[in-house]
Design a protein around this ligand. Structure first.
Ligand code: ADP
Ligand code: MG
Length: 243
């Protein structure tokens, strides 16, 4: 299997604070990779470096064989291949559900309004939110907002979906509906990189688990291997606190 995204020797510092150090990993086509680790270990920063919301301090991001940090690449174009779902939804509050799911398609992908609406409805149906197409974000529950955010990202036809703790801001009763949608996306073969604290979900859905601690990847492997039979003391400590 070829890697869609390959991260090599990635580092990131904020001033003198080194947040990521020599991070190496890849996401292959159709693979679901779950990134786990304590708060402050650098998971969000890593995801933000992957989609260039943060500029890495060093290393490479190889996208389909090209290092997109080598100055020759159109970073905006690269970004359109990545869909991002944030903990806090980040919906446009002034737009309704349909507007949220069409604005990027029209502005960035230059799709016609009709085409953008068709796509939006298609994905809103997949996440079970098409009947809310005229609602404003403030009229929705957290779980509904997150499902719209997922549909919005999918409507851009990204090659990789990035999720940063998509259920951490939700009331417990809404976590399930979002995980169900994500599970379906995984089953359909979407390529996904997911930061999550939902260990049961990660164990069931991930092809690979990557455990980060203090800015480095400590351990990675098959879910059964990392979650059930961890090799490193730091992984064991983390899992003891989490499970
Ligand atoms: P996680 O997502 O694993 O909880 P983060 O990537 O959010 O971790 O943060 C890792 C470290 O980087 C933390 O110590 C955090 O304070 C620091 N950090 C993150 N973003 C910034 C920033 N924009 N400026 C300075 N420090 C930051
Ligand atoms: Mg985070």
């Amino acid at each position: 299997m070829t890697a869609v995204i390959e991260i090599k020797n990635l580092s990131k510092s904020f001033g003198s604070h080194e947040v990521l150090r020599d991070v190496n990993f890849s996401v292959k086509k159709g693979e679901v990779v779950c990134l786990i680790g304590s708060s402050g270990s650098g998971k969000s920063t890593l995801l933000r470096c992957v989609n260039l919301l943060e500029t890495p301090s060093g290393g490479s991001i190889i996208y389909n064989g090209d290092n997109i940090l080598d100055n020759k690449h159109d970073l905006e174009e690269y970004r359109t291949h990545l869909g991002m779902v944030f903990q806090q939804f980040n919906l446009f509050n002034n737009l309704n559900v349909l507007g949220n799911c069409t604005v990027g398609q029209q502005k960035v992908l230059k799709r016609s309004k009709a085409e953008a609406i068709d796509k939006a409805i298609e994905y809103l149906e997949i996440v079970g939110m098409s009947t809310y197409k005229n609602a404003k974000p403030r009229q929705l529950s957290g779980g509904q907002k997150q499902r719209v955010a997922i549909a919005r990202a999918l409507a851009m036809d990204p090659e990789v979906m990035l999720f940063d703790e998509p259920t951490s801001a939700l009331d417990p009763e809404m976590v399930g509906e979002v995980l169900k949608v994500m599970r379906a996306l995984a089953d359909q073969g979407n390529t996904m990189l997911i930061v999550t604290h939902e260990m049961e979900f990660a164990r069931e859905v991930a092809d690979r688990i990557v455990f980060m601690d203090k800015g480095v990847i400590v351990e990675e492997g098959h879910p059964e291997q990392v979650l059930v039979n961890p090799q490193h003391e730091r992984t064991k400590e983390f899992l003891k606190r989490t499970l």
